[in-house]
Design a protein around this ligand. Structure first.
Ligand SMILES: Cc1ncc(COP(=O)(O)O)c(C=O)c1O
Length: 375
């Protein structure tokens, strides 16, 4: 978390212990509204299309539960999505909605076979495979903008436009890239994220962006804040003759955590304060330096070349996913532990060592990471 976010939480905490000091317009309404404005600014979209949600999962659940499904409908997804983008759709089985996964490249595997998967090559044509898999039953294509294990970044405007042409809704789990990369939401119906990765906020609050026409299709979540005049106490709260709100409130869960909002708001403001679009090339440049530094390494040279190819094709998000190349979990975990002992915190998922960069990292960090990897 940025220092500014920690300070914002500290400044707000006394109000939580003396809640009579909370002001209605300025705090209860003003803080969430300002958080949404920052979120909208980050995406380059409208604040009224933002809903504050606890997590990525809860944003996706709102869509899964609210969409007007008919029995026989299908949700399509890339093979091996993070479970947040699988269980909300699988939970619809009892309503006759099926969930189908599409391998994105030759040799792509997941589940119990995940460690035996080959990694994505630079020439992977994941988008064409996904679009070719659409059938007359497909209502939603649900995918991660950047995949959690192999780090492949999918082309949102290409998929969004093609989905629109086919009458399919593109629903995006954006958590692995938002904050470092700016999404182009052309043709996208929904974009969900938690706040605790690239958005640099604590766990427990994120947001969901929805296209206004798509949102109108969704059943409202049904809370006292998702109807007109919900906070107008001059009108009896028990007057239930009200319209649902059309904006992002329609999909929100009730009273927001103001404490989480002040942190997310400050983190988003910090990201928005960076020169427009400056974080992404900075991250790409650090990635390039790391790959260059280890290109001659006998263990990692081949992976560095594959990742360099993906980087040149603009296929990477904020992290480099080094495939284990048959070396197995013990090898990667051993390396990970050696990193921890040097104060380098990377992670291992499904056969990949993930090394992430953000705006705060420097070339000096790259040198430390390279020295660790090369050993
Ligand atoms: C692609 C992806 N989606 C979602 C999540 C997290 O989901 P949630 O915000 O629901 O905890 C993660 C990782 O934690 C992830 O890698």
């Amino acid at each position: 978390m940025p220092k500014a976010s920690l300070e914002a939480v500290q400044a707000f905490l006394p109000k939580e212990s003396q809640p009579w000091k909370l002001r209605w317009a300025e705090d209860f309404q003003g803080i969430p509204d300002a958080t949404k404005r920052e979120a909208a600014k980050l995406l380059g979209m409208r604040p009224e299309d933002i809903s504050l949600t606890a997590t990525t999962s809860s944003g996706l659940q709102v869509i899964a539960q609210g969409f007007p499904w008919e029995s026989g409908d299908e949700v399509l997804a890339p093979l091996g999505e993070f479970p947040s983008n699988v269980w909300p759709w699988k939970a619809l089985a009892a309503r006759g909605v099926s969930f189908r996964e599409v391998p994105l490249w030759e040799g792509h595997k997941s589940g119990v076979e995940a460690w035996n998967s080959s990694p994505p090559p630079p020439e992977a044509d994941a988008e064409t495979r996904l679009l070719d898999a659409i059938t007359d039953q497909t209502r939603v294509l649900a995918l991660s903008w950047v995949r959690f294990q192999d780090g492949l970044k999918l082309d949102l405007p290409w998929l969004g436009s093609a989905c629109r042409e086919r009458g399919v809704h593109l629903v995006v789990d954006g958590i692995q890239a938002v904050g470092t990369h700016k999404p182009d939401l052309t043709g996208v119906s929904a974009f969900a994220t938690g706040g605790h990765k690239g958005l640099l906020a604590p766990q427990g609050l994120g947001f969901l962006w929805t296209d206004a026409e798509f949102r109108a299709l969704l059943a409202p979540v049904g809370t006292w804040l998702s109807v007109e005049d919900g906070t107008n106490f001059a009108r009896p709260s028990t007057d239930f003759q009200r319209d649902w709100l059309a904006d992002g409130h329609r999909l929100e869960p009730g009273s927001p955590s103001l404490l989480a909002c002040v942190a997310l708001k400050a983190s988003l403001a910090c990201l928005n304060g960076a020169e427009d679009g400056a974080i992404e090339p900075h991250v790409q440049s650090l990635q390039g330096s790391l790959l260059e530094a280890i290109s001659g390494d006998p263990t990692w040279g081949m992976e560095a070349a594959r990742l360099q190819g993906l980087r040149e094709e603009d296929r990477l998000g904020p992290f480099l996913s080094f495939h284990h190349q048959g070396r197995g979990p013990e090898f990667l975990n051993d390396l990970l532990q050696k990193g921890f002992s040097r104060g380098i915190y990377a992670s291992v998922r499904e056969g990949y060592l993930r090394i992430a960069f953000h705006g705060m990292h420097t070339e000096a960090d790259v040198d430390r990471v390279a020295a660790w990897i090369i050993g």
